[in-house]
Design a protein around this ligand. Structure first.
Ligand code: SF4
Length: 814
């Protein structure tokens, strides 16, 4: 254990200094009470003016460092991590990867838990929970339904998803506060009552706030957002989950995760020139595709790691969600230490130094798959359109676009989002913009800048990146929020259906995600390449080789970008946008207006009848890609995230009907007429007819949107049968009492016809590992029997039988 005093030299902020000193005295008192004979050693250390005061390992058990400056009584618990790791290492008798150490280090029962990568389900005790405002509404509504008085682990709510980009940061934020007042009031009051920290609108994007304040090496955090893995850049295991999982953890119930496989990405060489951390993940996405990481943690290692900044590592982990990975993580190193110190967490860095063996992979550990990447050879990439794994070197994108008739003109360049909004990102983008400005050039395309947090906004403003460079080159600075990344964009420069190209530094580019226009071709790349392309105004521009023309006719090349990893001075925290919950919020009220359009208290789902499910109609047989965006669209629908009945009007409206290749046009088999998917589902429900959805591969990939599971259940769905599921969505369906099943033989998908009736048999003996049977009756009278697999374990079968995980939670309380 090492305790140390932060000084100016250490780069700690004033606040941090005060905290350090407070804690220092706390430790001194503790240490003196228990180890008075060692007093003199401590004074010797002080007397020599030591910058760090190292105490012997004997003190380790007594020293405590808080998990964050907001939670002074919740402590970093490396002892438990270490003790669990030792137990598991002994049991498995082999070296462990880093992610294994952190995951197994959080086991509920390290002695008895069955551990086999890719097969067993682990019962885990995450350290904390984070929720963004769109998903927090339903999570908090569910937590309220559980009847518990207070959350069991430190938890936070972040208001970032509901702010629409229209004019610019301040005006858009003011408008969002007005429009979403009811939701913000609900989240703020529910947070205060149940002990959850509340980050007000304007604070920044959840993952940036977590990186700045809550993530640290070895912590396990779950977040109700699929880009939660961003925290892996600080050596944390951060996993995106549905709200129902968050409710489990907040209720103090062990959280279940299928024991992840581990994909190792070995980095050699050094990043340089135009190549950035984003290119690492764009390249990996091209190799692994959107399904390649499913069920696995991607663990980066090797000598190349040290050439990447901490926030750059976060970028790489963030976009691990695009390959379906459970999460991604980097080993603890000096880049993380510097970042922790700069964000006022020098004490955690010092503690992590002491436990550094625990925070890196064991020598000789084995990965399920290894990818080798030489950063010296890596070139800048740009991926898209319509999928983040369609990787192209920037040097080839112009030709590819011409070949495929993708519009070459770049209409808008957008930098920011949780993926790429660090100080370094903004600095590198600004260094490109400055070169253009110096030659009298501005962006040909529209250009928007989304700072990741209030702290980043205030700091880049102070350091001249914003007004002097990014705004001057034509950029509009948006609110510290998700904005266009989640479709909160009042875009007016093109009409719906007009083919056009945008380039972003975001992570996702699925059809219509950013602007609800299915004809928008969105490409993802690094902020510096976005900036260069926005200046050039065309995809057919490679800043490594091509020339720009200044207004005076001078031809010039951009030199590779540069940017400080962290500000030379301390971060400017900007406005204080955090609301800490009171010590006792039990007397507070959380009000939900029964007339509200935005919020609705939850009614419990009906429990399983005890019989097989007979003669269900096929609501829709989905063709091709069906992400959670297709199942429960975002954009304008985000405002109904707290109102299950209203948001259910978006159910599957983006999915393609295999019968007619149309979206939101399916046959109502009771009336023979065609209608929208939610309308037909409501009609079936009102008529007492249960229904099934049939889908293709990787059904439910994308955001961890539990509404995509709640809506089908609310509208009378019972079973989702597909070729394969994305992990989070599959679990979300189980939590809501639905049956997610997969064809044992994927080609059986072709046997299902739109007018079939499907019965699921075998539910009375529903057991882990034992397939169920579908009896499919065709309208011509013929019948076939198909085998369906499932991944339910004992607990999850109890959820199904109780009607939902929440119902089961209530049963257990009584
Ligand atoms: S991916 Fe986009 S929408 Fe999701 S948290 Fe990040 S910025 Fe927000």
């Amino acid at each position: 254990m090492c305790l140390w005093l932060t000084s100016e030299k250490d780069g700690g902020s004033d606040t941090c200094k005060t905290l350090d000193i407070d804690f220092f005295f706390f430790h001194i008192t503790t240490v003196f009470c228990h180890f008075s004979s060692r007093k003199s050693n401590l004074f010797v250390a002080l007397g020599h003016g030591a910058r760090r005061l190292h105490l012997s390992a004997a003190y380790r058990a007594k020293a405590k460092v808080s998990m964050s400056r907001f939670e002074p009584t919740s402590f970093v618990n490396y002892e438990r991590l270490q003790s669990n790791v030792e137990i598991v290492r002994k049991r498995l008798n082999r070296p462990l990867t880093l992610s294994e150490k952190i995951v197994y280090g959080h086991l509920d029962d390290a002695h008895n838990q069955e551990i086999e990568r890719g097969r067993t389900y682990l019962r885990l005790r995450p350290d904390r929970v984070a929720m963004q405002d769109a998903t927090a509404q339903m999570a908090m509504l569910q937590f309220i339904s559980s009847g518990l008085p207070k959350v069991a682990v430190p938890s936070t709510i972040h208001c970032d998803h509901l702010i629409e980009a229209q004019i610019g940061g301040a005006q858009d934020l003011a408008r969002a506060k007005e429009i979403n007042q009811e939701v913000y009031n609900f989240l703020s009051s529910a947070g205060a009552k149940y002990g959850v920290g509340f980050w007000k609108p304007g604070s920044g994007i959840i993952h940036q706030i977590i990186l700045e304040n809550y993530a640290y090496p070895g912590v396990m955090l779950i977040g109700t957002d699929s880009h939660t893995p961003n925290g892996g850049g600080l050596g944390a295991i951060c996993i995106g989950v549905g709200g129902a999982d968050a409710v489990d953890v907040m209720a103090g119930i062990p959280w279940e995760l299928k024991c992840p496989k581990v994909i190792g990405v070995r980095l050699t060489g050094t990043l340089s020139g135009w190549t950035s951390p984003k290119d690492v993940i764009l390249k990996v996405a091209g190799i692994l595709t959107v399904k390649g990481g499913t069920g696995a943690i991607v663990e980066y290692h090797g000598p190349g790691v040290d050439s990447i900044s901490c926030t750059g590592m976060a970028t790489i982990c963030n976009m691990g969600a695009e390959i379906g990975a459970t999460t991604s993580v980097f080993p603890y190193n000096h880049r993380m230490r510097t970042y922790l110190e700069k964000t006022g967490r020098g004490q955690i860095a010092a503690l992590a130094d002491e436990y550094s063996d625990l925070l890196v992979p064991d020598e000789g550990c084995k990965y399920d798959q290894i990818i080798e990447l030489n950063l010296d050879e890596l070139k800048p990439h740009i991926n898209g359109p319509f999928t983040p794994d369609l990787a192209h070197p920037v040097s080839k994108i112009g030709a590819m676009a011409e070949k495929n008739s993708w519009p070459l003109d770049v209409k808008v360049g957008l930098i920011g989002s949780c993926t790429n909004s660090s100080y370094e990102d903004m600095g590198r983008a600004a260094s490109v913009a400055k070169q253009a400005l110096d030659k009298g050039l501005k962006c040909k395309a529209q250009f928007t800048v989304t700072p990741g947090s209030e702290q980043i906004r205030a700091t880049i403003e102070r350091d001249g990146y914003v007004s002097v460079i990014l705004s001057a080159v034509g950029g509009v600075v948006l609110a510290n929020a998700c904005g266009p990344c989640i479709g909160q964009w009042d875009r007016r420069d093109v009409k719906k259906g007009e083919k056009n190209t945008i380039v972003t530094s975001f992570n996702r580019n699925f059809t219509a995600r950013n602007d609800a226009n299915p004809a928008t071709h969105a490409f993802v790349t690094s902020p510096e390449i976005v900036t260069a392309l926005a200046i050039a105004g065309t995809l057919n521009f490679n800043p490594e080789t091509d020339y720009l023309t200044a207004p005076n006719g001078e031809k010039f090349k951009l030199v590779p970008p540069s940017g400080d990893e962290l500000p030379a001075r301390d971060f400017d925290p900007g406005q204080d946008t955090y609301q800490h919950p009171p010590a006792d919020g039990s007397s507070l009220n959380v009000e939900v207006n029964p007339q509200s359009n935005r919020l609705q208290l939850l009614e419990p789902f009906d429990k399983w009848s005890g019989s097989d499910l007979e003669n269900m109609v096929v609501l829709i047989k989905v063709k091709g890609k069906c992400t959670t965006d297709h199942i429960s669209a975002a954009g304008p629908w985000l405002k109904f995230r707290g109102h299950l009945d209203n948001i259910s009007n978006n159910m599957l409206i983006g999915a393609v009907n295999s019968e007619n290749d149309a979206v939101n046009k399916i046959k109502n088999h009771l009336t023979g007429e065609y209608g929208g998917v939610p309308d037909v589902a409501r009609h079936y429900k009102a008529s007492g007819v249960s229904w099934v959805v049939v889908g293709d591969d990787n059904y439910g990939e994308g955001s961890s949107r539990e509404h995509a599971a709640l809506e089908p259940r609310h509208l009378g769905g019972r079973v989702i049968i597909v070729k394969s599921f994305a992990r989070i969505h599959e679990t979300n369906l189980k939590k809501q009492g639905l049956l997610p099943l997969t064809f044992s033989n994927p080609s059986d998908y072709d046997k299902i016809r739109p007018d079939d009736k499907i019965s699921i048999r075998g539910l009375k003996t529903f057991t882990p590992g034992k397939p169920l049977t579908a009896v499919v009756k065709h309208s011509d009278g013929s019948e076939e029997t198909l085998q369906l697999n499932h991944s339910f374990n004992e607990t999850q079968i109890q959820w199904f039988q109780a009607g939902s995980a929440l119902n089961r939670m209530k049963q257990l309380q009584h």
